[in-house]
Design a protein around this ligand. Sequence first.
Ligand code: 9MR
Length: 366
Amino acid sequence: MLHAKKFLTLILTAIVLVTGCSRCLAQSLRDYGDKIGILIGAAVNPSKLTEDAYASTLAREFNMVEPENAMKWAAIRPDQKTFNFKPGDQLVTFAQAHRMKVRGHCLVWQKYNPAWLMNGRFTSEQLSDLLREHISTVMKHYAGQVFAWDVVNEAFDASGGFEHSIWYDSPGIGMAGKGTAYLEQAFRWARMADPKALLFYNDYDAEGLNAKSNAIYAMVKDFKRRGVPIDGVGLQAHIFNLSTKEISSLSDNITRLTALGVEVHITEMDAGLPLDRKGNLINGSDLTKQAEIYRFVAKACLQQRGCTAFQTWGFTDKYSWIPGYTKGTKGMALLFDETYAPKPVYNALREVLQQRAQGLGRGAGP
Ligand code: 9MR
């Protein structure tokens, strides 16, 4: 017995020495994700896939990817007649080579739209045709490759009303002032384009129970009752104030949404930390706070069977939208630092996954 133990230790030490990799023996996020049956995703910039550390970390740790920008209107449709599928296709090829799922983002949004569309002075009929054609062309191109789409992104405002949008505002696609009718139309077109893809509504600041999440809940309930196709809700989880106070009712929100028969995905998690002018962390203890916030969100998701994906918005602090958006006052929002070393937040997330994998089981849900 003693000999066998010694032998095993020797073999493991040899692996570490030969590969120079002590972490190789530990299980990655995706190892646990595969075991539990949950998707662990990251938003990706396809042009970075040529960077070895970027690609290898992604392939090792995640079983799902989503293009951060590459499938948005301005990227995929540079002019009315041209679709640029190249970066999206590169991501799909990478994902297939590494047994990852691809989540699509996004088909209807008020932002990241090309100038030709925004300034085109189109009539409602033309806008309607353009949107139908866009949804159809993009979804058909990726049919069988993209398993789920954020069909509509960020359509509600904080009070549960509607954001201004080229698709909604008059002329829009001809349904201005008719509430969710234009969203319903988009979801119906999406189902027709790729009947097998899961169709999601995706939004931020709607994690807990509040006016916006109430409006989303009411829409999903109404769509389900009337047979309007919708399969899931994406809760983004961009957490800005290093506290779980505003998202304390996340579990309750997941419970009520999944009770309607839709899935929930955590779609864009990150938590920016305050930085000084040189870009250094102001409080070292924030790394622990950050870890606890991720732990809170991951636990809330993993506890319910209907929450089927946990995704972060990027994965390395080297590439994240947070410093640009906050003019450098916040950053270090993700799981890996700029050298791709795992941070405390990575360990916290892995621990939550490990605990689930060790048999704590998943809760009820659809
Ligand atoms: O991270 C994305 C950034 O690179 C883009 O410039 C920006 C365009 O508006 O979109 C960012 O991603 C957003 C996502 O598409 C929807 N939810 C909020 C994300 C952060 O702004």
